[in-house]
Design a protein around this ligand. Structure first.
Ligand SMILES: NC(=O)c1ccc[n+]([C@@H]2O[C@H](COP(=O)([O-])OP(=O)(O)OC[C@H]3O[C@@H](n4cnc5c(N)ncnc54)[C@H](OP(=O)(O)O)[C@@H]3O)[C@@H](O)[C@H]2O)c1
Length: 396
């Protein structure tokens, strides 16, 4: 970890993806502590109504919408406020370049990569939720973090838990890390029943309230596969030393196992405002309104080994990590396209992982040496997977 200077005054922050689930929770925490933060920029894809409401409530200096067609609506919604506005993907990157010492990276998917890199390249403290960026360009992104002295603070609840109990001074004393997984809404479903589930069932996560894409990833358990790759990069651990354990109550958010047999865990209620508050206040702690944990009331915590037959996505992600080169980039982009196809009713739930498997089979895994290579492979994978999805949809 880098030695970051922490100013005594209010922290200047930018939220990339402020209108989403993680972004809105971040806005909620900031609005409860208005004296502690100055908001430099908020960004969204197209939801200008929510963006404008947040920008006014937090008195942000700038509001940016990625979809250029929504510029006029944003302008109208913020007229008279004095808040600067801009539109387009480049304007989102420019927002990340603006001088905020702390940046929340919460854009869903690989679309978050350019602005997240922009924040990293000016050495910011980056609260990191957008796991797809690390999956599609992990080595390159971590190299940029080191080169520019940036700090990554994991926001994903599992990685945030590990970050809190990981002894960075003696990583050689760590035997393994254990990522917990809720198992998602279909934990007890047989494959035949999963074949018939609807998007509405898949996004209804039993414990967490999240955006649609990550909710579907949790249901297929691809989310845990993406998290294994994320943990590999963040904590420099090989896949064999990253265990996954199904823990349906989502109370233990993850654990670190030390060579002396000690197991350190972080616990809390399943509310993203706890890991977000950890990152927002870091290196100090700040209060969060998450429900307090009542273990006596809970009574029992249970654990299971993941079922690779009913949930093949986890093994597929581990295989992509083992293959290396362009395989994780393909895994991520193919999954984004397939999840979108499922959410739009084009393919069935089980077809998501089938499509990713097929994309990994047909595309060459040439290692992307530069970020332009990542962009090209990502785009080619999206094109090929869209064809795969179309082919499956035609047969349904
Ligand atoms: N939700 C959770 O509890 C949770 C937990 C752990 C990790 N994460 C990770 O955090 C990230 C965000 O998840 P989420 O659940 O908050 O997602 P979400 O609710 O879908 O929100 C996504 C945000 O990104 C914006 N966005 C989408 N596409 C964009 C584009 N092409 N360019 C610029 N902005 C774009 C959206 O704007 P609009 O609102 O205008 O569409 C929205 O602000 C994901 O990587 C997810 O895996 C989430």
């Amino acid at each position: 970890m880098n030695n970051v200077r922490v100013s005594d005054g209010p922290r200047r922050v930018t939220i990339l993806g402020s209108t989403g689930s993680v972004g809105s929770n971040t806005v909620d925490l900031i609005s409860r502590n208005p004296a502690a933060f100055v908001v430099e920029a908020l960004t969204a894809s197209s939801n200008v109504e929510k963006l404008a409401e947040q920008a006014r409530a937090l008195n942000a200096r700038r509001a940016v919408v990625a979809d250029e067609r929504r510029y006029g609506d944003l302008k109208a919604a913020l007229s008279g406020s004095g808040i600067e506005i801009a539109a387009g993907a480049d304007a989102v990157v420019a927002a990340a370049e603006a001088p905020a010492e702390w940046v929340m990276s919460a854009i869903v998917g690989a679309a978050g990569l350019p602005p997240t890199l922009a924040a990293i390249r000016r050495g910011a403290v980056v609260a990191f939720a957008s796991k797809e960026c690390l999956v599609c360009a992990g080595d390159l992104l971590m190299h940029e973090v080191e080169r520019h002295g940036a700090t990554l603070l994991p926001v994903d609840s599992e990685h945030n838990a590990i970050f809190q109990v990981f002894d960075f001074a003696q990583p050689d004393c760590i035997e393994k890390i254990v990522l917990t997984a809720s198992g998602g809404p279909f934990r007890e479903f047989q494959r035949e029943a999963m074949a018939r589930v609807t998007p509405a069932q898949a996004v209804a996560h039993p414990n967490w309230s999240m955006g649609a894409k990550i909710s579907v990833d949790s249901a297929t358990m691809m989310n845990k596969g993406l998290e294994v790759i994320e943990a590999h990069h963040l904590f420099r651990m090989p896949s064999e030393r990253i265990e996954v354990l199904v823990h349906p109550q989502s109370v233990i958010h993850s654990m670190v196992v030390y060579v002396d047999g000690s197991v350190l865990a972080q616990l809390g209620s399943p509310d993203m405002r706890t890991p977000i508050a950890y990152a927002l206040g870091w290196p100090r702690r700040m209060a969060a309104p998450s429900p307090k944990l009542d273990l006596a009331r809970l009574g029992r915590l249970t654990f299971e080994t993941p079922d690779d037959v009913r949930f093949p996505a986890l093994a597929l992600a581990r295989e992509a990590l083992r293959l290396g080169g362009g395989a994780p980039t393909i895994l991520n982009a193919a999954n984004e396209v397939a999840v979108s196809g499922f959410l739009q009713g084009e393919i069935g739930f089980l077809d998501i992982v089938r499509s990713v498997e097929e994309a990994l089979r047909v595309l060459p895994h040439t290692p992307p040496g530069t970020l332009d290579d990542v962009r090209r492979l990502d785009a080619e994978t999206r094109r090929v997977t869209a064809e795969i999805v179309k082919g499956i949809a035609a047969r349904v």
